[in-house]
Design a protein around this ligand. Structure first.
Ligand SMILES: Nc1ncnc2c1ncn2[C@@H]1O[C@H](COP(=O)(O)OP(=O)(O)OP(=O)(O)O)[C@@H](O)[C@H]1O
Length: 584
């Protein structure tokens, strides 16, 4: 929690300082009230006092109450400003940090947990600051000041108040110790509920198609019930607090008056009056002491949960991305569109075995290099290493003669047009998806990119054409349409190097062929690295790499590999007839 406070800005610290000043004023005004009460009781019991004198004291009391209220309102205003501004910044920081994460950090935290951390967890901290700032500062000041005011009045009353405070602290401690461990569990269970809900909603079509509503509902119920049970436990534990405090408050009033009765009885004539007035004032101060502890109990309700949340937010902010950018902004002079793998071995974090072993190849400007291999042979993993979604374990990858690890993130990514295996679209329009991240959209480029990617036909047919809405993840498009828009996005970017990770799989054979021949014409000044399952897609590539269980088992053209590589032959014969292969 304290670490998180380092993200507060100077302006917010100034607001906090103002809040503290107003809180001190508020406490001072609150504690003035019993003094006036003392005067009123003395006046009432002193023969010859005027009603006007009593009323004057009453007016002072009223002014104190109004002043205290005004101070409380100003404090709340500052606290709300600090809380809202702070959580705005925290959300921004968490989001920025998340954007810098590589796949490794994303997998470590998990997406649902990152969502909970940037929403629910930050709200907990905001709530603590908004409501807690007043209480955290006010309670100790009030307690100390009120105790100071009552000391020396009567040891019997002080002892009774001491016993009440000790009892209160004991109750608070027990409750916090019981509830605290549950707060961490609550946040983890919220992550879990988030995960189940998210998975269910994003896979809703599969859930319907497989009549798995009951199954999913059960999963949801388990997560929901677990969270509810834990929440109920902490709430019930906390619920004991307020009645206990109420009971202690009534008890201390009773004790003060009871002790007072004995003291008055034992006192002589005029002293009786002073003791009576002192008793009224003392009980009022004692109430303030208990009130201060009651406020502290609000902190005990808010703080543990907010502390857990703060720790979870801090975990994200303190996590440094494993993949750090370098300083190079350009490749070696005279080299363009060149990708070189030198003895690359790769192991996923925490995995025992290497997924890729000793891979070496070069793709030069204008070349099309294809990668084929059975499912799970490491094709996607290999191309994911080029834009540094992961870093190589051994060996090196050079782009334009410079190790990818030495480039700045922007420099490396501006060279690469990456089309992932799963077409990723964002809610927005056709235009915002194709010209992704580009604010000065060039219509001509957009049109051309859509035409090359074989997406122009269906986009033109849409009522709003380039402005046609795309829903989240492109759910209002077919699989093939989504792939075509993702391809158009890469073409619009005009990179030096295209990486297509099985990006033609949802296209029909004809579209696949037309798209590839257009690509060859239009992007002949760029390098293409194509991962594919279909021999037809890669047959014409300048070079084909055959992967088998993470090892490069063949390199060459289609014809060469048909002569030399068993694995390639096997794939080819399983997809095409001997005649098709013979006739090209
Ligand atoms: N994030 C990850 N963490 C750990 N292991 C992974 C991860 N992603 C993939 N793998 C493993 O790496 C291996 C290679 O996966 P990869 O996706 O590269 O294969 P592929 O050849 O592209 O397969 P496909 O043709 O089915 O897409 C698989 O065994 C897979 O289980």
């Amino acid at each position: 929690m304290l670490k998180l406070l380092s993200y507060l800005q100077r302006k917010e610290w100034t607001f906090i300082a103002f809040s503290v000043m107003f809180i001190v004023l508020q406490v001072w005004l609150d504690l003035k009230l019993p003094d006036y009460m003392f005067k009123i009781t003395m006046l009432v019991q002193t023969p010859g006092s005027e009603t006007g004198e009593v009323l004057d004291q009453g007016v002072f009391m009223l002014l104190c109450a109004i002043g205290s209220m005004a101070a409380a309102i100003v404090t709340s205003f500052f606290a709300a400003q600090v809380a809202a501004g702070f959580s705005l910044r925290l959300r921004r920081l968490v989001f920025d940090r998340t954007l810098s994460f590589s796949m490794e950090e994303m997998n470590r935290f998990s997406t649902p947990s990152l969502i909970t951390r940037s929403t629910n967890d930050i709200t907990q901290v905001q709530l603590l600051i908004a409501t807690g700032l007043q209480v955290i500062v006010k309670a100790p000041i009030l307690a100390v000041w009120a105790i100071f005011k009552i000391t020396g009045k009567s040891w019997e009353w002080s002892a009774a108040t001491g016993v009440a405070v000790a009892l209160l602290i004991a109750v608070l401690l027990v409750i916090v110790l019981v509830a605290l461990p549950k707060f961490r569990i609550i946040q983890t269970l919220t992550d879990n509920l988030n995960r189940v809900t998210r998975e269910n909603l994003s896979g809703i079509r599969v859930v319907h198609a497989y009549n798995a509503e009951g199954f999913e509902e059960q999963k949801f119920e388990v997560a929901n019930e677990e969270l509810t049970r834990t929440n109920l436990f902490t709430m019930r534990t906390m619920a004991i607090l307020m009645p206990t405090i109420g009971f202690i408050m009534s008890g201390i009033s009773l004790a003060i008056y009871w002790i007072g009765a004995f003291l008055i009885q034992a006192a002589s004539g005029p002293e009786k009056l002073t003791i009576f007035s002192n008793m009224v004032v003392f009980s009022s101060y004692a109430m303030q002491v208990i009130m201060a502890f009651m406020m502290l109990s609000i902190i005990f309700i808010l703080l543990p949960r907010a502390a857990v949340s703060a720790k979870r937010i801090q975990e994200v902010l303190a996590t440094k991305a494993m993949i750090l950018p370098g300083n190079e902004v350009q490749g070696k002079p005279g080299i363009k569109g060149k990708v070189e793998f030198h003895n690359v071995t790769f192991r996923y974090p925490d995995a025992a075995e290497a997924i890729l072993e000793n891979i070496s190849f070069t793709a030069s400007l204008g070349e099309t290099v294809a990668i084929i291999g059975s499912t799970g042979s490491g094709k996607s993993t290999l191309v994911n290493l080029i834009p540094r979604f992961f870093d190589v374990t051994e060996g090196e990858i050079l782009v334009d003669g410079v190790d990818v690890r030495n480039y700045t993130k922007e420099a490396l990514h501006s060279k690469i047009g990456f089309v992932s295996q799963k077409a990723e679209l964002f809610s927005g329009s056709v235009k915002s998806n194709v010209a992704f991240g580009d604010t000065s959209i060039e219509e001509d480029m957009l049109k051309k990119a859509l035409e090359i990617a074989q997406a122009a036909d269906f986009v033109e047919k849409m009522e709003e054409r380039y402005e046609a809405p795309i829903s989240q993840s492109g759910t209002n498009l077919s699989g093939g349409q989504k792939q075509r828009l993702s391809i158009a996005r890469a073409i619009y970017k005009q990179p030096e190097i295209y990486v297509f990770d099985d990006s033609f799989s949802a296209l029909d054979y004809k579209t696949d062929r037309v798209l590839r021949s257009l690509l060859k014409q239009e992007i002949s000044d760029a390098t293409s690295i194509i991962v594919a399952q279909r021999i037809g897609t890669i047959k014409d590539a300048d070079r084909i790499l055959v992967l088998d269980e993470g090892k490069l088992v063949g390199t060459g053209t289609h014809e060469e590999l048909m002569e030399t590589c068993d694995v390639y032959q096997e794939i080819a014969y399983s997809q095409l007839s001997k005649e098709e292969l013979a006739n090209g």
